[in-house]
Write a protein of this length. Structure first.
Length: 541
C-alpha cells in the first residue's frame, strides 16, 4: 500500500502542469447545469461532507440558464471524491448521496433516471472524446439486465466552472438498479440466506471496500498475486456472519468445480452456479471495448435467491475510460487481441491480474459456441455498426457546444494524459480515431467469433423483435411473440433515459406506441421476460 501511495504522489506531480487551466464563465447550456455550494469546505476522499446542490434543467431540447430560479433539484447532498488514480487528475470525480434539508437520505429522480439516492459525477478527464463510459453503459443497457444510466451535465462548484461531467447511477441493489432480493439482518437461514449478494473484484479503495476473502486458488498457476473478493452488498457493516459464510462457501464451491476435470458437465459443472448468458454478454462488452481493466478491476457479479433463479450473473459493467483504444500499457490501444487471453501474458507482473476463471470459461467449447452465437445476434441488432456509430454521432451533437467550454477549462487536447494511446489535436480528431478504432475492432471480433457452420448451432428466430414502419413519424408497431405473455416493456432514449410513451393499441402479439409527443431521434424498446431480454432500435423522423 505504501508503494501505491508513492506512485500516486509521483503521478500527481507528473500532471501538475496539466492543472493550469482557464477560468470559464457559464451562462447557459443545452445540458443540465449543476450548481454546488460547499460553504467553503474542501471535498475530501472520505468521509462525505454535506453541501447544497441545485440542478437547472428545463426539459429536453430547452436552454438552461444559471439565472433560472426554477430548479429540477434543490436540496443537500453528501459528497466525496471517488475513484483511485483518477483522483490525481485536476478535474476530480465525485460520489454523492441526495439528502433532505435535515440531511436524511432522499430518494429522488434525477434527469429522467429512476428514483434513488446514490450517484456519481464522472469527470472524463483522460478520455478526450468525453464518451467512452457513455458508449459502454448505453450499449450494454440495451441487452444486459442492467447497466448504469447516465446524463451529461455541466458542473459549477463554489462559482468555479468544472466542465462537462456524466451524472451516473452508482452500482447498488435496488429495483431500478441491480434487482436482487433485499437482505436483512434476520436473513440467516433457508432460501432467504441464498441471496441477493453483490461481489466485486477491485482495488481496495472507495466506500465499502477491503472486506471480503481471498481466493484459495492463485489467479495464475504459481503466481505471487492473489484474487480478493469484496462484499459490495450487503455492506460491510450490515452483512451477518452466516451471510458471509454462505456467499464465501458458494464461491468456493464454484471455484472447486472450475478446477475439476468435470467442470464442463452440463448438470454439476460450473453452469450449475453461473448464468452463461450474462457471462457471454459481460465478455462481449469488455472485449468490444478492449477494456484493459476487464475481469480484474471494477468487476462486479451478483447472486439472486435460489427461489428466484439463484445463479451468479455478471455485471453491472463499470469504468471504461481506459477502453476503446485509450490506453498505452499492457494490452495496449491497438484494435486486435482479446484481453481475456492476452493480459496475463503481456503483464504477468501487474498487481492485479485476471483470475483463472476467465480462461477456464473459454476452454469450454460449448460456451465458446454460445458466445459466438450471442455476438452474431447482437451484431445484427444492438451492436450493429449503424447503432454504434449513430450513438457516437448523437453524443457528439449533444456535446457540440459544451465541449468547447470544457476544453477551455481543461486544455488537454493535443497533450498526452496518462495513459493515452492516441493524442488528437482537436476533438474531431479524437472522434475520428474512436470511429476508426471501432471499425477495426468490430472487424477483428467478427473474425474471431465467426460461427463455424460445420457445427449444429441454432438460435430461436421466434425471439426476433420487429418494428414497423421504421423509421416512423408518429406511431410504431412492435411485433414479438413474448408480447402476449407476462413481459415488462420499457422505452429509452439514446442516453438510456426511460421515456414514458403511451401504448396506442395492443393486440395478441403486437403493440403500437404513440410517439407523437416525443422529439425526433433514436429510441430503444426493451422487452424483458424470464426467457431473457430483447431490444429493438427505432428511429423517429
Amino acid at each position: 500500500m505504501q508503494s501505491y501511495r508513492h506512485f500516486l504522489l509521483l503521478f500527481g506531480f507528473f500532471f501538475l502542469r496539466l492543472s493550469i487551466s482557464a477560468q470559464v464563465s457559464l451562462t447557459q447550456s443545452n445540458l443540465p447545469i449543476v450548481i454546488m455550494d460547499t460553504h467553503g469546505q474542501e471535498i475530501p476522499d472520505d468521509p462525505k461532507i454535506t453541501v447544497d446542490m441545485k440542478i437547472i434543467y428545463n426539459g429536453e431540447g430547452k436552454v438552461n440558464s444559471v439565472t433560472d430560479t426554477v430548479y429540477h433539484y434543490n436540496s443537500k447532498v453528501g459528497i466525496e471524491l471517488r475513484g483511485s488514480s483518477s483522483q490525481m487528475f485536476p478535474k476530480k470525480p465525485y460520489g454523492f448521496e441526495t439528502l433532505n434539508t435535515d440531511s436524511s437520505e432522499l430518494e429522488v429522480k434525477l434527469l429522467g433516471m429512476p428514483k434513488e439516492s446514490d450517484w456519481t459525477f464522472n469527470a472524463t478527464y483522460n478520455d478526450k472524446t468525453l464518451m467512452r463510459d457513455a458508449l459502454a453503459y448505453t450499449l450494454a443497457g440495451t441487452f444486459m439486465d442492467y447497466a448504469p444510466r447516465l446524463q451529461y451535465c455541466e458542473l459549477i462548484i463554489d462559482g468555479d466552472y468544472k466542465g462537462i461531467y456524466m451524472l451516473i447511477e452508482k452500482i447498488k441493489r435496488g429495483k431500478n438498479r441491480v434487482n436482487i432480493a433485499k437482505m436483512s439482518a434476520s436473513d440467516n437461514s433457508g432460501d432467504a440466506l441464498t441471496g441477493g449478494y453483490i461481489i466485486k473484484i477491485d482495488k481496495m479503495t472507495g466506500t465499502n471496500s477491503g472486506e471480503g476473502w481471498e481466493s484459495k486458488y492463485a489467479p495464475i498457476p504459481g503466481s505471487w498475486q492473489t484474487t480478493f473478493f469484496q462484499f459490495e452488498y450487503p455492506k460491510n457493516q450490515n452483512i451477518t456472519q452466516p451471510q458471509r459464510d454462505y456467499i464465501h462457501g458458494y464461491i468456493d464451491q464454484l471455484e472447486d468445480v472450475l478446477q475439476s476435470a468435470a467442470y464442463k458437465d452440463s448438470i454439476n459443472g460450473y453452469r450449475k452456479y453461473i448464468d452463461t448468458k450474462s457471462l457471454a454478454d459481460y465478455i462481449i462488452v469488455n472485449e468490444l471495448t478492449k477494456n484493459v481493466d476487464a475481469y480484474r478491476l471494477s468487476t462486479f457479479f451478483y447472486k439472486q435467491r435460489d427461489s428466484e433463479g439463484g445463479k451468479i450473473k455478471f455485471g453491472p459493467v463499470w469504468d471504461y475510460n481506459l477502453g476503446l483504444g485509450n490506453v498505452d500499457y499492457c494490452t495496449g490501444g491497438n484494435s486486435e487481441g482479446l484481453v481475456i487471453n492476452d493480459f496475463n501474458e503481456v503483464c504477468p507482473g501487474d498487481g492485479w491480474v485476471i483470475h483463472f476463471w476467465w480462461k477456464r470459461f473459454l476452454e469450454d467449447s460449448t460456451f465458446q459456441d454460445e458466445l459466438k452465437l450471442r455476438w452474431n445476434e447482437l451484431r445484427h441488432n444492438q451492436l450493429s455498426g449503424e447503432n454504434i456509430f449513430g450513438l457516437i454521432d448523437s453524443l457528439s451533437k449533444l456535446l457540440d457546444v459544451a465541449k468547447d467550454r470544457n476544453f477551455e477549462r481543461w486544455p488537454v487536447l493535443g497533450q498526452y494524459v496518462w495513459h493515452n494511446y492516441f493524442v488528437g489535436n482537436t476533438y474531431g480528431e479524437e472522434i475520428d480515431f474512436l470511429k476508426g478504432w471501432l471499425t477495426d475492432r468490430l472487424a477483428y471480433l467478427d473474425e474471431v467469433w465467426q460461427i463455424n457452420t460445420s457445427k449444429t448451432l441454432t438460435t430461436s428466430t421466434s425471439q426476433e423483435v420487429i418494428a414497423y414502419p421504421n423509421p416512423f413519424t408518429s406511431n410504431v408497431t412492435i411485433r414479438h411473440d413474448m408480447v402476449s405473455v407476462d413481459a415488462t416493456l420499457t422505452v429509452t432514449d439514446i442516453q438510456g433515459r426511460v421515456i414514458h410513451v403511451p401504448i396506442a393499441s395492443k393486440g395478441q402479439s403486437e403493440l403500437r406506441y404513440d410517439f407523437s409527443t416525443c422529439p425526433a431521434g433514436v429510441y430503444f424498446i426493451r422487452l424483458m421476460t424470464s426467457e431473457g431480454v430483447r431490444t429493438c432500435r427505432v428511429v423517429k423522423h
